[in-house]
Design a protein around this ligand. Structure first.
Ligand SMILES: Cc1cc2nc3c(=O)[nH]c(=O)nc-3n(C[C@H](O)[C@H](O)[C@H](O)COP(=O)(O)OP(=O)(O)OC[C@H]3O[C@@H](n4cnc5c(N)ncnc54)[C@H](O)[C@@H]3O)c2cc1C
Length: 415
């Protein structure tokens, strides 16, 4: 089907004003952008795409597909018009929202009751709830609060034949045998379009303060990180090499940033304990601490020539970081780190292979988050899982998306 024909077909469903040429990052990811007004229109778009074999891509800020795909997907589906708070029960600490709502908006809805969704993706105002779940985002708070998956208690998505399917909390209908929250979390939009999510939320901590420690050698950073992690219940603990430290507003060669939060008395006692465990710690408090934390959270992987995320057992992280000549921002207690190179490497593939092998030797994996245009087409973005896992993923794809229209070829092993 030609682009014009697709525009005409989809305009009949969502209205001519809601279909058009994409702009910005979305222009690299999709040929046409559509904005359904509600879940019923979205379901009809899915049915039309299955009938006419049109590949479609759910989109948040479109930072992922514009990287992974060398060719844009035919039709992008923005959930920008599905962005309401559906139900909020402050006493139960639960909230149900549409998937086009941004994480920033979600937290602003919770703020009057002094509650929050304690996940902190980079640029929460650009990150939609749907993309948060589909790309399985996590930020510095992962150490104390876990990941999005841990907070997700219900989900609804539009899948094969435009059916709306629920799973988890507020269940109406479930798909027998599947834990939908686990299956859709990290599925990168290949199984269906998430339209609604229910989360557990948590009270906002009364106080937050940040401790910074600078070092001239990475080994000292790793030793201090171990000491703090083993002795204190920290909100977050991030290790930064020089370029990451500079990007976050510090001139340090190696920087360790620890967050402490809780009631006023808890923060006061944690502050004292941190000072004892880490002599030389510099404390940042109140507005300055929140501002510094936002810079850390919003560290933007796409600003660099080559950026990857590694995940290994936490005990293995320091040896991986010590062995690479990449720059990094690392969640020191979680085994997850962003590695990056400021300049394009002479051969990007060799560099990536080296990082990937090191991650595998440490029992983990590596995936590329951003690669310079010059070598993007020749690299594997996702690590290949073992044969058993890949077989299972293919079976899930066939069960959820038999027509093969949701983000085809955008995930592991060409799924
Ligand atoms: C291969 C790869 C892996 C990445 N992994 C991580 C990571 O683990 N942690 C991290 O912090 N950053 C990760 N990133 C970076 C991340 O993509 C960007 O940081 C960005 O935040 C993504 O948000 P976005 O709003 O641009 O989402 P988009 O790029 O628009 O969407 C992200 C993914 O979710 C899908 N999606 C969006 N909305 C929906 C929906 N409603 N229903 C179903 N699917 C939907 C999209 O099709 C896409 O596959 C990764 C990037 C790449 C290229």
């Amino acid at each position: 089907m030609s682009t014009d024909e697709i525009v005409q077909r989809v305009s009949l469903i969502v209205g001519a004003g809601q279909v058009g040429a994409p702009t910005g990052r979305a222009a690299d990811a999709v040929k046409i952008l559509s904005k359904p007004g509600d879940a019923a229109e979205l379901a009809e778009v899915v049915r039309a795409c299955e009938t006419d074999r049109i590949a479609l891509a759910p989109l948040g800020a479109a930072r992922t597909l514009s990287q992974i795909r060398s060719l844009p997907v035919a039709l992008g589906v923005s959930l920008g018009r599905l962005a309401r708070v559906v139900a909020y029960e402050p006493k139960d600490l639960t909230i149900t929202v549409e998937a086009g709502l941004s994480v920033g908006e979600l937290n602003r809805a919770l703020a009057p009751a002094r509650q929050r969704l304690p996940v902190d993706p980079c640029d929460p105002d650009a990150t939609t709830v749907g993309a948060l779940i589909a790309a399985s985002h996590a930020g510095p708070l992962r150490l104390s609060e876990g990941t999005t998956r841990d907070l997700l208690i219900g989900i609804r998505y539009v899948g094969h034949q435009g059916h709306s399917v629920h799973g988890g909390g507020r269940v109406v209908k479930n798909v027998a045998g599947y834990d939908l929250m686990k299956v859709l979390g990290g599925s990168f939009g290949t199984l269906g379009i998430i339209t609604e999510a229910t989360f557990k939320v948590r009270p906002l901590p009364e106080q937050y303060a940040m401790t910074r420690l600078s070092f001239d050698r990475a080994e000292k950073l790793f030793a201090a990180a171990r000491e703090l992690h083993d002795s204190l219940p920290l909100a977050h603990l991030e290790g930064l090499s020089s370029a990451a430290a500079y990007a976050c507003g510090s001139p340090a060669r190696f920087l360790l940033v620890a967050g402490i939060s809780g009631s006023s008395s808890e923060v006061a006692s944690l502050r004292d304990a941190t000072a004892r465990a880490a002599p030389g710690a510099v404390f940042v408090e109140r507005g300055d601490a929140l501002h510094a934390y936002a810079r850390l959270r919003d560290f933007d992987a796409s600003a660099w020539a080559l950026t990857a995320q590694i995940a290994v057992a936490p005990a293995q992280l320091s040896s991986i970081l010590a062995a690479t000549d990449a720059q990094y921002l690392a969640h020191m207690g979680c085994g997850v780190a962003t590695l990056f190179l400021p300049e394009p490497p002479a051969d990007g593939r060799i560099t990536i292979d080296g990082w990937r092998q090191a991650a595998r030797r440490a029992g983990g994996y590596l995936r590329i988050l951003h690669a310079h245009r010059s070598f993007r087409g020749s690299v594997e973005f996702f690590d290949m899982p073992n044969d058993g896992a890949l077989k299972l993923m293919r079976r899930l794809k066939a069960a959820f998306d038999p027509a093969g229209v949701f983000n085809p070829g955008c995930f592991v092993g060409g799924i």
